[in-house]
Design a protein around this ligand. Structure first.
Ligand code: SF4
Length: 238
């Protein structure tokens, strides 16, 4: 990626002032040296419900669309299954649909979606190249945090999506998604900048901030940029 193009992407992330301070800062977007990641406890895979474990993509999508396993089915406009390239090497996982996602049936649309797109572009990825999904397929009312029963019911769908996709790396955005996938109550700050693994094949999993949080706390964008560079390094190492 050229320096000019990288600047353009970082500007889209709102990091232009931070990246243009001088030669030292410039090194941030021409490839930072990333410390060897500290192996963390591997996330144990959950057992997908027997039926989901055999579903192909169309069957799984159909099953989710008709799902009434938890109370969110009563308040959703529609389910938000996931979107993207079924051959994607990158899987982005967030928490749950918001109001716009609920209305449009697609994850990460609206301002948070635009910022996610910019975050992906900053590491040379188009939205169409990745697969994007949420832990929950239905919107919690008033965007409240999911309750345990809802995530327990819904996670087998994401587990099956991961099994079908076989991503080379997972980028998990936000505390709720990270805690559920890693089965931890650790704070997001403690989970960043580490290579976690997911599932029997040990898919590398990297955690960063949710774009919606970054919109509320733009001062944290530089940390997200560090995480994105870290994820890119982890992916490049294979
Ligand atoms: S949130 Fe998940 S488990 Fe609950 S109704 Fe929606 S699809 Fe089903």
């Amino acid at each position: 990626m050229t320096s000019a193009l990288r600047k353009e992407y970082l500007a889209a992330l709102g990091l232009e002032a931070w990246t243009l301070r001088g030669p030292a800062a410039a090194s941030e977007f021409v490839g930072a040296v990333v410390d060897e990641p500290v192996p963390a406890g591997a996330a144990a895979p959950r057992e997908a419900a027997p039926r989901e474990a055999a579903y192909d993509w169309p069957q799984l999508r159909e099953r989710v669309a008709a799902c009434t396993r938890c109370g969110l089915s009563a308040t959703r406009t529609q389910t938000v299954f996931g979107v993207g390239n079924l051959q994607a090497e990158w899987l982005v996982v967030g928490e749950a649909p918001g109001a716009e996602e609920d209305a449009r049936g697609e994850p990460f649309v609206g301002r948070a979606g635009q910022l996610l797109n910019a975050m992906l572009r900053a590491i040379g990825l188009k939205r169409e190249q990745v697969y994007i999904a949420n832990v929950l397929k239905c919107r919690p009312p008033q965007n409240r945090d999911p309750v345990a029963a809802e995530t327990i019911e819904c996670l087998p769908y994401l587990d099956r999506q991961i099994a079908l996709l076989k991503p080379k790396i997972m980028l998990v955005v936000g505390r709720i998604a990270a805690q559920n996938l890693l089965r931890t109550d650790a704070k997001l700050g403690a989970l960043r900048q580490q290579v976690h693994t997911f599932g029997p094949s040990g898919v590398p999993l990297v955690v960063t901030y949710h774009p919606a949080y970054l919109l509320r706390s733009p001062a944290e964008k530089h940390k997200a940029w560090e995480d994105l560079k870290f994820a890119r390094e982890v992916f490049a190492r294979g």
